[in-house]
Design a protein around this ligand. Structure first.
Ligand code: DGJ
Length: 694
């Protein structure tokens, strides 16, 4: 039973290894009671008492489940609104609850103003994950202005400081993990750019005594691709709280009579190690977030011609690249930017989604047919939310962008953001992509987005501050509609690399472009940060030419890119026969182990920064196969032997291990406790070990 309620007004939500408990006080406030490893149900019968003092507000001390601003609430809270009579004070009292399957709805209301907040909690017992969200309804006749309506508030159990994990990234430097102790005050992670962005992660991780094999880890990730805010605070009494939701920066949302605002879901959990956290989230994403129909299919090995040709695409060269790609075992050939309108550089063409007749005199089908004859699927690039001022679309509809009449727009990358809050713009964007997909055999779309918003004027909206949220909702609606119309086409979320890497993208797309940075060493760090909360299958990783900073050998580059969904981005027409043969061999090898990588459990065994080596292990869902990727740019201090303890195996089972030329058998217990002593030294070491259960 995932949801239990008792006569004392206590709700116990239970997964296989965790509990989340809340209850209604005599004052009708919904209090948070417990979050962590399971206890006996009968242990939860009363609410905690809180010290009363005229200097420290009782409400400030309390752990409340969803706290509104008002009264003596001085701390950061989840909700703030202004009523029509200018009252900026909200009192949310428990009204009732309802259970629907594995979802509990708790209804709170501010009866004086007809405001209702529905907190919905869904339990996914087998994944050890819960989801929660908040829906705010205006049941009154007067308007209500929301100024903050976060998805969730969490109170953490320990009064000792937590280690807080997030990322401090940039374009080409996404997912760079930062860990800091929150001793007092607050930490804030956010995006204000219209997308979730390259900087911070829309999630929180708060941990104590943690490592890859032990600890107490509390975490939550927001299912949202727009402006978000994560705020963590620790008060003078030692209570750490986390707030997460749509950013209240430049936010307000008008609720007319009968309107509702639904805050995005937060998927959250408690785990007993960092790797448990990652695996719970990976399992949850695979089972409950990935869209159909590609949920259970491994992603194909793709070739993307962007780095080979950039904007200089033409049918003949693309055909030659496709021939070379087919020979090395590629399954999906993708033509990136440059195929449409007057798109010869990034200065023109966005918005004009018709095939460029000089580059493709016989239309796109000539290339697509060729690709299909070679036995591959065909994929294509779009950037549908954008327009270049130098385009037919902009000349016809200059008012279709976000803009202010008296401001000169910032043309980042020479382009402007389309106002997706306008229904006619939504229709145009849908129709453009739909037309191209309907007329051709296209199995994949890379949906790009290459600049943050600016000059965010929207003359069409009564409340202009709603644009951030409405844009993201419109994006999801368009992509969902396209996917419904073209169910055989996969969609990839890209925003100048990994600028749209979040659970919202995972819900609506089939994969994520992790970063434009394909340098193998940088990628080890980017992929490490990514793997904390995001699913392996969605992590597109390419092998590219040596134009980045580290001169890593081809085999090394494959080793790193094979740890996600493998792609190739090299200029195949410039590679030697030996290099192409190596590509073919590596791709064939990857195809054998990709199910284990894309769907398996992942264990970060050694970390490049800390341990000199990056060692990641994947274990197949049925436990029969495992693969270990060992890489380092260089060992140090004459170190030549490393001890590596595996994870995720059955202690009593016997395994055959293959490392380079050597093959031996050991028990799972030995491999996990004693580990493998392996000779590793030198520069650009790359080994892939395979382990098979006997
Ligand atoms: C940015 C993307 O991240 C790249 O992979 C590529 O698609 C370019 N845009 C094309 O303009």
């Amino acid at each position: 039973m995932a949801i239990l309620t008792n006569k004392d007004g206590i709700f116990i939500l239970e997964t296989e290894h965790t509990q989340y408990v809340m209850g209604v006080g005599t004052d009708s406030i919904l209090y948070h009671i417990y979050w962590g490893a399971p206890c006996k149900h009968s242990d939860f019968f009363a609410l905690p008492g809180y010290e009363k003092s005229s200097n420290h507000s009782e409400l400030d001390l309390a752990k409340t489940e969803y706290t509104p601003f008002g009264g003596t609430m001085y701390r950061d809270c989840a909700f703030k609104c202004t009523y029509a009579d200018k009252t900026r004070d909200c009192v949310l009292k428990y009204k009732e609850y309802a259970v629907q399957g594995d979802t509990l709805h708790v209804f709170l209301e501010d009866a004086a103003y007809g405001l209702c907040v529905k907190l919905s909690y869904t339990v996914y017992p087998a994944c050890d994950i819960l989801s929660r969200s908040a829906t705010v309804c205006n049941n009154s006749d007067a308007d209500i202005m929301l100024e903050r309506a976060f998805s969730a508030e969490f109170s953490l159990p320990s009064r000792q400081p937590y280690h807080i994990y997030n990322s401090n990234g940039t374009w080409s430097g996404e997912q760079q993990k930062v860990v800091q102790e929150l001793a007092c005050g607050s930490l804030q992670f956010e995006s204000r750019k219209g997308i979730s962005g390259h900087g911070n992660t829309p999630a929180f991780i708060a941990a104590q005594h943690e490592s890859e094999t032990q600890g107490e880890v509390f975490f939550g990730a927001l299912e949202y691709s727009g402006n978000f805010k994560v705020s963590l605070n620790r008060d003078a009494f030692g209570i750490t709280r986390a707030l997460i939701g749509v950013n209240d920066f430049d936010f307000s949302h008008t609720l007319h009579k009968g309107d509702a605002f639904t805050a995005p879901c937060v998927h959250f959990g408690f785990a007993e190690s960092l790797s448990d956290m990652s695996n719970h989230m990976n399992d949850f994403a695979m089972q409950h977030v990935f869209p159909e129909p590609f949920r259970d299919e491994p992603l194909p090995v793709l070739y993307n011609s962007w780095e080979a040709t950039e904007f200089d695409v033409c049918v003949e060269e693309q055909k030659k690249l496709a021939e070379a790609a087919a020979k090395i075992g590629v399954e999906l050939f993708v033509m990136d930017d440059g195929w449409f309108g007057e798109r010869n550089s990034d200065r023109a063409g966005l918005g004009d989604w018709t095939v460029n007749p000089e580059k493709f005199p016989n239309g796109l089908s000539e290339l697509i047919d060729h690709v299909n004859t070679l036995g591959m699927d065909f994929g294509i690039w779009f950037e549908p939310e954008m327009v270049n001022p130098d385009s037919a679309l902009y000349r016809a509809h200059p008012d279709w962008t976000y803009h202010y009449e008296r401001r000169t727009p910032n043309e980042l990358r020479h382009q402007l953001v389309l106002n997706l809050t306008k229904p006619e713009v939504q229709d145009y964007v849908f129709d453009c992509v739909d037309k191209v997909l309907s007329a051709h055999n296209i199995k994949y779309v890379k949906w790009d987005m290459n600049r943050p918003f600016s000059e965010i004027g929207t003359e069409n909206l009564e409340n202009g501050k709603m644009l951030w949220y409405l844009h993201t909702q419109a994006l999801y609606a368009i992509v969902d509609k396209l996917k419904a119309r073209h169910p055989q086409t996969q969609f990839e979320a890209c925003a100048s690399g990994g600028g749209r890497c979040d659970f919202g993208a995972i819900r609506h797309f089939d994969q994520i472009w992790t970063s434009d940075n394909t340098d193998a060493i940088d990628r080890i760090h980017i992929q490490d940060g990514y793997s904390l909360l995001y699913p392996t299958k969605y992590m597109r990783a390419w092998v590219t030419d040596l134009k980045w900073h580290n001169p890593a050998p081809l085999k090394f580059r494959f080793n790193v890119a094979m740890q996600g969904a493998l792609g190739i981005g090299t200029n195949l027409l410039k590679m030697s026969d030996e290099e192409l043969a190596l590509c073919a061999e590596q791709i064939a090898f990857y195809k054998k182990l990709r199910r284990t990588v894309q769907f398996g459990k992942k264990y970060r065994l050694l970390n490049l920064e800390r341990d000199e080596l990056s060692v990641n292990q994947y274990v197949s869902r049925d436990g029969k196969e495992s693969v270990v990727f060992v890489v380092t740019p260089s060992t140090r201090f004459l170190h030549h032997c490393f001890s590596i303890r595996l994870n995720g195996l059955e202690p009593d089972a016997q395994y055959r291990v293959r490392i380079c030329e050597s093959v031996f058998e050991k028990s799972g217990a030995f491999l996990m406790n004693a580990g493998i002593e392996q000779e590793i030294s030198g520069q650009y070491v790359s080994q892939i070990w395979t382990i098979e259960k006997l």
